[in-house]
Design a protein around this ligand. Structure first.
Ligand SMILES: [Zn+2]
Length: 155
């Protein structure tokens, strides 16, 4: 049995937990093709930034369909090109899996409206540097902000 399941929603697809996850537990490893920023296709669905100029493409697996939340229950650990999603809270079976897309964004050319409907929703998904300082600090403490982002906000 899969630990995750894909669910159709009114906005598209979402990934749900198919079992209970403990805080810190690995949810899934992201395994897309690595692509330099300049070679990205025009339509950039399901791409995540994992380095200053490096992106990971879609894999065809659950990792493509995990939605953003401004108050997520997961975060990405980027270790060079190994990308792992871990639980940052305890997650119930049948709860939606989410991470904050801003934690891997430092690109200055892509934004989108947020429809996560959380009471802390920021309404717009933007680069990490535009997050409120306390949200940045919280994510950095959790270890879910890649090194290239931490380096870029120090400048
Ligand atoms: Zn939101």
């Amino acid at each position: 049995m899969n630990n995750l399941k894909l669910v159709k929603t009114k906005l598209g697809k979402a990934v749900y937990a198919n079992k209970k996850f403990e805080k810190g537990e690995e949810i899934i490893e992201f395994k897309g093709e690595l692509i330099e920023y300049d070679n990205l296709p025009k339509k950039v669905d399901h791409y995540i930034q994992i380095g200053k100029t490096l992106n990971m493409g879609p894999s065809g697996d659950f990792d493509d369909f995990i939605n953003h939340s401004c108050n997520p229950n997961c975060g990405l650990i980027v270790n060079d090109t190994k990308v792992t999603l871990i639980a940052i809270t305890q997650i119930r079976k049948d709860e939606e899996i989410s991470f904050d897309y801003s934690t891997t964004m430092d690109e200055d050319d892509w934004e989108m409206d947020c429809l996560c409907e959380d009471k802390e929703c920021r309404k717009r998904i933007r680069d990490f540097k535009y997050l409120p300082k306390e949200v940045q600090d919280k994510y950095i403490k959790l270890g879910i902000v890649p090194k290239f982002i931490i380096e870029s906000i120090k400048r």
